[in-house]
Design a protein around this ligand. Structure first.
Ligand SMILES: *[C@@H]1O[C@H](CO)[C@@H](O)[C@H](O)[C@H]1NC(C)=O
Ligand SMILES: *[C@@H]1O[C@H](CO)[C@@H](O)[C@H](O)[C@H]1NC(C)=O
Ligand SMILES: *[C@@H]1O[C@H](CO)[C@@H](O)[C@H](O)[C@H]1NC(C)=O
Ligand SMILES: *[C@@H]1O[C@H](CO)[C@@H](O)[C@H](O)[C@H]1NC(C)=O
Ligand SMILES: *[C@@H]1O[C@H](CO)[C@@H](O)[C@H](O)[C@H]1NC(C)=O
Ligand SMILES: *[C@@H]1O[C@H](CO)[C@@H](O)[C@H](O)[C@H]1NC(C)=O
Ligand SMILES: *[C@@H]1O[C@H](CO)[C@@H](O)[C@H](O)[C@H]1NC(C)=O
Ligand SMILES: *[C@@H]1O[C@H](CO)[C@@H](O)[C@H](O)[C@H]1NC(C)=O
Length: 366
């Protein structure tokens, strides 16, 4: 019995490490991978390798590899040096694998790696020092995992980082310190999480931000000056949240946003102060319990500034109220009317022809 166990131990040791040029690496076993070589006249051709076992390193392949994708394979862990020494690798992707953790030493000597994605996996936590050493990285995409924790600096100190996508995960907070000193970030996509509020420090050091996706979260509160240093945005997505107010104080003195998405919140009005500092090219409005005089005022502002209201196509049907009148309001009064919001949502839920869940925030209000 004892003897057998010792043998097993030795076997396990031999099996989990392969020795390649002095580097020990945790290897992948019997998986199918898709490779795209760097050049192949007249154009690069992607091919599959079945039953691949080993680490991803250039010496394991005949041609110089530019792109390596693992699709729907039974991989749970990316271990030490699992991907290393690939001088021309530009894109590395794991899609639909069951990955639940990544060693902090998983990726080494990948000087040209620009895009790394791990989509539809089972990651729950992102440690710092997994990505930081890949200084060439421009895009990190972790769409569709189970991430609820991200350590400080996880996306920090990366000079070339431009896009961080962690949409469709389980985050309830967003912290600026994750991105410390990665000052060239242009796009953040944290939509489809459970983020409840936005602190003023999240974007304060990211002056190059152009696109911020925060749609489909639980945001009910945005701190003053949260968007203070952003004067010119291409996209600000706040749709499908729980905002009752879009306070002018969250924005700088003047702000141009090409696409502003605020549909499906609990907004009763936009303040005059906000309309004065803001200009947009296109915006979405529907699925909010607007007060009619306030919606009128927005329409006038839209016309005057030559912008466009974009329809989402989620609120299609008859008898969908666009706004509400209350007794005292001749003019737009800049206050919340909780009863009106409740009655608006009740009306939407009670429609004969059930409305798309994407039209408005129809799940429990207050
Ligand atoms: C490798 O994986 C394939 C498909 O997943 C399977 O059919 C095959 O038996 C495996 N081979 C070994 C040696 O494990
Ligand atoms: C898969 O690879 C292993 C070793 O890497 C080998 O023993 C086995 O025969 C291969 N199976 C197939 C189906 O190619
Ligand atoms: C994902 O991870 C959780 C907990 O770590 C586990 O319970 C679940 O079975 C995993 N799912 C898959 C598909 O591996
Ligand atoms: C932060 O980034 C700047 C350049 O953007 C650099 O000069 C500085 O040394 C960095 N700080 C650290 C601690 O890496
Ligand atoms: C952001 O994430 C959402 C999923 O939540 C996706 O539909 C959208 O295409 C993403 N956009 C970008 C630019 O990454
Ligand atoms: C912001 O959210 C966190 C938890 O997500 C909570 O602890 C904190 O009280 C919230 N702050 C405000 C002002 O709502
Ligand atoms: C915003 O920035 C873009 C380029 O990044 C520029 O073309 C555009 O004119 C700017 N718009 C405003 C209103 O400053
Ligand atoms: C209004 O916008 C359209 C395109 O969106 C443009 O062609 C037109 O010149 C603009 N008019 C004014 C007065 O800015």
């Amino acid at each position: 019995m004892l003897l057998i166990e010792t043998c097993l131990l030795v076997l396990v040791f031999v099996n989990t490490f392969t020795n390649s040029g002095g580097t020990k690496c945790d290897f992948f076993q019997n998986i199918t991978i898709r490779l795209t070589p760097k050049t192949r006249f007249p154009y690069p051709k992607t091919y599959e390798v079945n039953n691949f076992s080993g680490c991803f390193e250039q010496t394991a392949f005949e041609e110089t590899i530019k792109r390596l994708i693992v699709y729907d394979q039974n991989v749970e862990y990316i271990g030490d040096h699992a991907v290393h020494n690939m001088p021309e690798l530009n894109t590395l992707g794991f899609n639909g694998c069951k990955i639940n953790s990544i060693s902090t030493r998983a990726f080494r000597d990948l000087p040209k790696l620009k895009e790394l994605y791990i989509r539809f996996g089972n990651l729950t936590k992102i440690w710092s020092t997994v990505f930081n050493e890949i200084t060439s990285l421009e895009i990190i995409d972790l769409y569709g995992n189970e991430i609820s924790k991200i350590e400080v600096y996880a996306f920090g100190y990366m000079e070339n980082l431009k896009q961080v996508i962690v949409s469709k995960n389980k985050l309830d907070k967003l912290y600026g310190i994750w991105f410390q000193n990665s000052s060239n970030i242009e796009l953040l996509n944290f939509s489809e999480n459970r983020i409840a509020n936005i602190s003023r420090f999240v974007f304060s050091k990211m002056s190059k931000l152009k696109d911020i996706f925060l749609d489909f979260n639980e945001i009910s509160y945005i701190e003053d000056t949260a968007f203070e240093n952003l004067k010119n945005l291409t996209y600000l997505g706040l749709s499908h949240n729980r905002l009752m107010v879009l306070d002018a104080k969250i924005f700088p003195e003047t702000l141009y946003i090409e696409f502003l998405m605020i549909n499906a919140n609990y907004l009763n009005y936009l303040s005059n102060e906000l309309l004065k500092k803001l200009s947009v090219k296109e915006m979405t409005l529907e699925g909010n319990p607007w007060k009619c005089p306030c919606l009128d005022r927005i329409h006038k502002w839209i016309l005057k500034s030559n912008s466009t209201i974009r329809s989402t196509n989620f609120c299609i049907g008859d008898n969908i109220p666009r706004c509400f009148y209350s007794d005292e309001d001749q003019f737009c009064s800049e206050t919340n009317d909780v009863d009106m919001t409740k009655s608006y949502l009740k009306t939407l839920k009670g429609l004969k022809k059930p409305l798309s869940n994407f039209c408005a925030r129809l799940d429990d209000f207050l």
